[in-house]
Ligand binder design. Sequence first.
Ligand code: PRP
Length: 201
Amino acid sequence: MKSFLTTEPELQKVLIPQNRLQERVSELGQEISQAFDGKDLAIVAILKGSFVFAADLLRAMTTECSIDFMGISSYAGQPGSGVVRITKDLDESIAGRSVLLVEDIIDTGLTANYLLHTLKQRKPASVDICALLDKSARRIIDLPIPYRGFEIPDVFVVGYGMDYQQHYRNLPHIAILRLNGSPKSQPDSTDSDQADSRNVS
Ligand code: PRP
């Protein structure tokens, strides 16, 4: 991680305030609890961006579940291909279990699509997606997202776990980041940390 950002970003405005996030995450937690009541639910949170959302979502749920994490990054030179490298695999088997894949944001859908296929190969009872944010205007692959927090426009967002060059993950709300004077959905940096399918198409 860099000590300083290489460009001068500007937080343009709050897109989703903290209280609205809390309300919606609470609703999602209740909805998921009802849907998976009595099932052997395995939450799979995708690092890094989903860690804040997953932590809040779990605390909003009343049903029994486990949580495991999968770390991924895009292959260098293939950003936006949807082909990801697993940097941290699940600790536990998901065979026969009801899996809920928790993502912070779905943009092109390539990452989630790859993960769905990867997880299905492990013979779970089911795999469903829960995404806090859906930037459907950028979708390349159609995906079912039964549990969705917010639909957002095609702007680059940070906060509540989401970053720009590893910064801003700690913001308690979701903000729009603009670079060089205009809102960006695709930052200019070519840093390898930017093997980021949210940023690079
Ligand atoms: C984000 C998000 C998804 C992916 C979505 O991760 O968590 O994994 O981008 O983009 P897509 O729908 O276009 O494939 P990111 O690459 O920002 O990594 P991070 O979570 O580690 O910050």
